[in-house]
Design a binder for this molecule. Structure first.
Ligand code: DI6
Ligand code: FE
Length: 416
């Protein structure tokens, strides 16, 4: 680190570190007051305000007035980049049609594929920006963005390029996943084997060669890909050095959690129908369970993920928005946390860990972000509350004071 790089001191802040049982405090208590020293975008020291002021006498001091500071929030599962919206489908579901019936009649993921294929990179960036800004306004500093609405190589690459380009126009870290196995594209409707071979032999090598993706994702479902097809694509991805993750067991138990675990997946996501064997497999593999309460909510899903079993087995649980136009048009991690607490029964602390340190682990970035620790990125969310529980147990209250991304403060638009 350059010696002459200035130090910023974020002082007089109540620090919630993103570690389990943070300082042994219940989330309804304000954490103790402390300070964070930042240099060149990284946290260089944590401690008492006076001690750090003595250690860094020339630092630029930002007095946070006793506000709560958490690690910047991490959304580890989104489909932020896509074109068009499917409000019409949600209206049809309100009138009684099922998600599956709408998909079989030409709607669903394929409707968004048609719109996305017709969009340029700059159109994709422009339509994603309001969704990204909504997430930023709730304290986000890192986001995972999937492709999967192109399903031909050119459009998948365009989606991944658009996702990466968002990091050039906003202060945010973008992590990308190639969701080549979302559904069968129309042109391969009766040729699943041909499409899977294409993904393995052509698309994956091209995406890896271009460096466009940080992971490979697949959708395991009766309407999407079978376990055997996913096995084949996961093997190809891993041979190319790409970590894998899976949309698993959302509508039925397909053995998705165990499949993900067998491949050492970073995460298995959804899990509404995962059985006891799947939970055990996740625990043994150290695969993160990503809970997506927005999709559960919008689909009026009758079955909850096995939260008590995941907790008992010690499976780390992340919480994400699944921001997508069909099953989860949700662009707020604060709302996702509230739904995870109220509808899934997560504790306040589990919700907060789920959008910080556990979300970082779901992206393989736990050594870079997600906790307040020396050497990690200085990505922070500063809140106009003192108690962590207030971030989870309200809706629409807009508690963000400012975001700090790689050490740089950026005030929230509405509160200043
Ligand atoms: N994530 C997905 O990728 C699918 N469901 C989910 O929760 C499909 C999203 C869509 O309908 O566009
Ligand atoms: Fe998804």
């Amino acid at each position: 680190m350059p010696h002459d790089c200035p130090v910023r001191l974020y002082s007089n802040a109540r620090l919630w570190s993103g570690q389990p049982a943070s300082a042994g405090m219940p989330a309804t208590q304000p954490p103790p007051v402390g300070a964070i020293a930042e240099q060149a975008g990284r946290i260089v020291a944590l401690g008492g305000p006076e001690a750090l002021q003595r250690r860094f006498p020339d630092a630029e001091v930002h007095d946070l007035d006793g506000r709560l500071v958490t690690p910047g929030l991490i959304d580890c599962h989104t489909h932020l980049v896509h074109e068009g919206n499917r409000a019409d489908e949600i209206e049809r579901r309100l009138a009684g049609e099922s998600y599956q019936d709408i998909a079989r009649s030409g709607g669903g993921i394929r409707a968004t594929v048609t719109a996305t294929r017709a969009a340029s990179t700059s159109q994709l960036i422009a339509s994603a920006l309001p969704r990204l800004d909504a997430l930023l306004a709730d304290g986000l500093t890192t986001i995972e963005i999937k492709s999967g609405y192109g399903l031909d190589l050119a459009t998948e690459v365009r989606m991944l390029q658009a996702a990466r380009a968002l990091a050039a126009v906003r202060h945010v870290t973008v992590v990308t996943s190639y969701l080549g196995a979302h559904v069968l594209p129309q042109e391969h409707a009766n040729d699943a084997t041909g499409y899977v071979e294409r993904v393995c032999a052509d698309y994956l090598p091209a995406i890896v060669a271009g460096g466009w993706a940080d992971a490979f994702d697949a959708y395991g479902d009766a309407l999407a890909f079978s376990p055997a097809q996913i096995e084949r694509m996961f093997a190809a991805a891993r041979t190319l050095g790409l970590p894998v993750k899976l949309h698993a067991d959302q509508f039925s138990d397909q053995g998705g959690a165990a499949l993900a675990a067998r491949h050492g997946a970073l995460s298995a996501d959804h899990l509404e129908y995962t059985d006891a064997a799947g939970v055990t497999a996740l625990a043994a593999a150290g695969t993160v369970a990503v809970l997506l309460p927005g999709a559960f909510h919008f689909l009026r899903e009758p079955q909850r993920p096995p939260v008590a079993a995941l907790r008992a087995a010690g499976v780390p649980m992340a919480v994400a928005t699944d921001c997508n136009p069909g099953t989860s048009p949700l662009a707020s991690l604060l709302v996702a946390m509230n739904l995870a607490a109220i509808d899934f029964g997560l504790s306040v602390e589990e919700c907060l860990l789920g959008v910080t340190s556990v979300a970082a682990r779901a992206l393989g970035r736990q050594h870079d972000c997600g906790t307040l620790g020396v050497g990690l990125r200085c990505d922070l969310a500063v809140w106009n509350v003192a108690r962590p529980a207030e971030l989870v147990l309200g809706l629409g209250l807009k508690p963000l004071h400012c975001r700090i991304w790689q050490g740089r403060p950026e005030p929230a638009k509405s509160t200043g």
